[in-house]
Every structure is written in structure tokens, then in C-alpha cells.
Design a binder for this molecule. Structure first.
Ligand SMILES: Cc1cc2nc3c(=O)[nH]c(=O)nc-3n(C[C@H](O)[C@H](O)[C@H](O)COP(=O)(O)O)c2cc1C
Length: 157
């Protein structure tokens, strides 16, 4: 089982990464920090230089479980994550079908951003026939998401 955490935060070990640790709860996973990769804006001329988009998408193709995490910046996902998602238009044949996708949204008052970010991730999942599994925004919800990930029934529910 190959598991990825795709971190859209500028902080590689910040609050978003903490939520990912809680969701995976001791399971092995590979941490991909978009802030540590150079990914061009869609349509941007990079003077013939390849960026890291292909490298990152190949890691997603190899994965079974993908946790996508983003802090809220200005009521939206981060630019790191949006830039990466826009670039999927360069990889419309990427074999991502069947992968399980879990979403983490981290903010001080994230409520206004949650519907928009969730919609984008669900749209991406539909287009690539990935299975959107659910969202966590805090520690209580990460526990539920972990149980869903490992298929554990919650006691008393
Ligand atoms: C540029 C910027 C804009 C932000 N805008 C919002 C916002 O609109 N709503 C919100 O709930 N939090 C906002 N925040 C707070 C972050 O989402 C929050 O601190 C989050 O925990 C950061 O996660 P990290 O530790 O992974 O970077 C903003 C933070 C930054 C740096």
C-alpha cells in the first residue's frame, strides 16, 4: 500500500502536516511538499526547462492513497495547490482511476473556504475517476477519516 501526503502549505511541518500525521496515525507515507518543488503556472514559458510537475504526478500515479492538505489562504486553497491542480490539464491521460483521496483543510476560521475547496477536489476526482473519501478540518475529524481509511467501524455509531 503506497500512501502520499500532498502538502499545499508553505510550512512543511505546520498545522496541515500535523493533520496529515493524525489521519495516517503511524502508517507509513511519503510527504510531498509542493513548496519544495518548482511547478510552473499553466501555459507559462519556462524557456525549455522542465519543472517538477511530472515528478510529482508520477508519485501520485504510484500511490494507492492520496491525502491532499491545504491551509486556507484568503478564503481559498493555497496558490501552491491551485497551480498544481491547474497543471492536470497537461496530464489528462494520467492513470489515477481508483485511487482513494482524502482532503484536509486547515485554517483559523475555514468555514467560508470549505465548500469551494471541497468542490475543486471532488471535481478533480470525478475527472480522473479517483474515489473522493471525505474531509477533515480538525483533530476530531481526522480520527474519523483515519477510521474510514483503515475501514474501522467507530464504536457507538
Ligand atoms: C496568506 C495567509 C492567508 C490566510 N488566510 C486565511 C483565511 O482566509 N482563513 C483562515 O481560516 N485562515 C487563514 N490563514 C491562516 C492559515 O490557514 C492557518 O494559520 C493554517 O493553520 C496554516 O497552516 P500551516 O501551519 O500548514 O501553514 C491564512 C494564512 C496565511 C499565511
Amino acid at each position: 500500500m503506497r500512501r502520499i501526503f500532498l502538502n499545499g502549505s508553505m510550512n512543511i511541518d505546520g498545522n496541515t502536516a500535523r493533520l496529515a500525521k493524525e489521519v495516517y496515525q503511524g502508517l507509513d507515507y511519503t510527504h510531498i511538499n509542493l513548496a519544495e518543488h518548482h511547478i510552473n503556472q499553466i501555459g507559462q514559458d519556462s524557456g525549455g526547462q522542465q519543472d517538477d510537475f511530472q515528478k510529482v504526478i508520477e508519485q501520485l500515479i504510484m500511490a494507492d492513497v492520496i491525502v491532499i492538505g491545504t491551509p486556507v489562504y484568503w478564503s481559498s486553497m493555497t496558490g501552491y495547490l491551485k497551480t498544481f491542480i491547474d497543471r492536470f490539464a497537461d496530464a489528462l491521460d494520467a492513470p489515477l482511476a481508483g485511487k482513494r483521496v482524502f482532503l484536509l483543510i486547515q485554517g483559523t476560521a475555514p468555514d467560508d473556504a470549505i465548500p469551494y475547496i471541497t468542490n475543486v477536489i471532488q471535481h478533480l476526482c470525478r475527472r480522473f475517476r479517483m474515489n473522493y473519501m471525505g474531509l477533515a478540518t480538525n483533530s476530531k475529524e481526522t480520527t474519523k477519516l483515519h477510521n474510514l481509511m483503515v475501514n474501522k467501524k467507530e464504536k457507538g455509531r
